[in-house]
Design a protein around this ligand. Structure first.
Ligand code: ADP
Length: 196
């Protein structure tokens, strides 16, 4: 457990909703530190046991088991703290991809001080599927290339991840229409962030 809770904003929404795009931009603003759990996994190599576990689960559109996921995430944040890239006294953590179910939220209860949740909504499933397929080659994402895997991920999101919203409660949630252009999504987020 860290000596203090991290001031945190969660980016929340289905795969393909645009959390990564916005997270990267927000991470360039001084005093915001972006961390995408999926990126932490993708930076592992397959000579690493957890790297192999990640490939096994993500290629089926399933979540990696909670315990190694949270452990890896903690290790990653610690490394970035020690190197000075993340300064919890100054920075707001912009988290994407974790916690991904209520169990992970509970495991991180003493670590995260969640100030707000940006909930990217996209009622049009087909639009999400299209976005994921488009980025498959560009981002070298095997799990985006296969329609069956995409469907499985969307199901996992509905079943396992969405209940995280109830865990934190609706007064933290800010709904953002993710079908807008990236620049308009950004404008909405910045308008909310600038107020707090
Ligand atoms: P997306 O949300 O667009 O599907 P991510 O990069 O966030 O992509 O995640 C890719 C995969 O990595 C997930 O399908 C899952 O297998 C694994 N993963 C990422 N974050 C977590 C997490 N917090 N818990 C369990 N598995 C995770």
């Amino acid at each position: 457990m860290p000596d203090m809770k991290y001031r945190t904003i969660l980016l929340f929404g289905a795969p393909g909703a645009g959390k990564g795009t916005q997270g990267k931009i927000l991470g360039t603003i001084p005093h915001f530190y972006h961390c995408a759990c999926g990126d932490v996994f993708r930076n592992l190599t397959i000579d690493n046991e957890l790297g192999r576990t990640f490939l096994e689960y993500s290629s089926r559109g399933e979540l990696v088991p909670d315990e190694p996921t949270v452990r890896l995430w903690r290790e990653n944040i610690l490394v970035n703290k020690q190197s000075g890239r993340f300064d919890p006294h100054q920075d707001t953590l912009v988290l994407d991809g974790i916690p991904r179910n209520p169990t992970q939220a509970e495991m991180l209860r003493d670590t995260l001080d969640v100030k707000g949740i940006f909930y990217f909504t996209c009622p049009d499933m087909e639009k999400l599927v299209e976005r994921l397929q488009r980025r498959a080659l560009r981002d070298n994402r095997l799990d985006d290339a296969n329609l069956e895997v995409i469907r499985a991920r969307l199901e996992t999101y509905e079943r396992d991840t969405k209940p995280v919203l109830d865990y934190y409660g609706s007064n933290l949630v800010r709904t953002i229409d993710a079908t807008q252009s990236p620049v308009n999504v950004l404008r909405e987020i910045l308008r909310i962030i600038a107020k707090v």
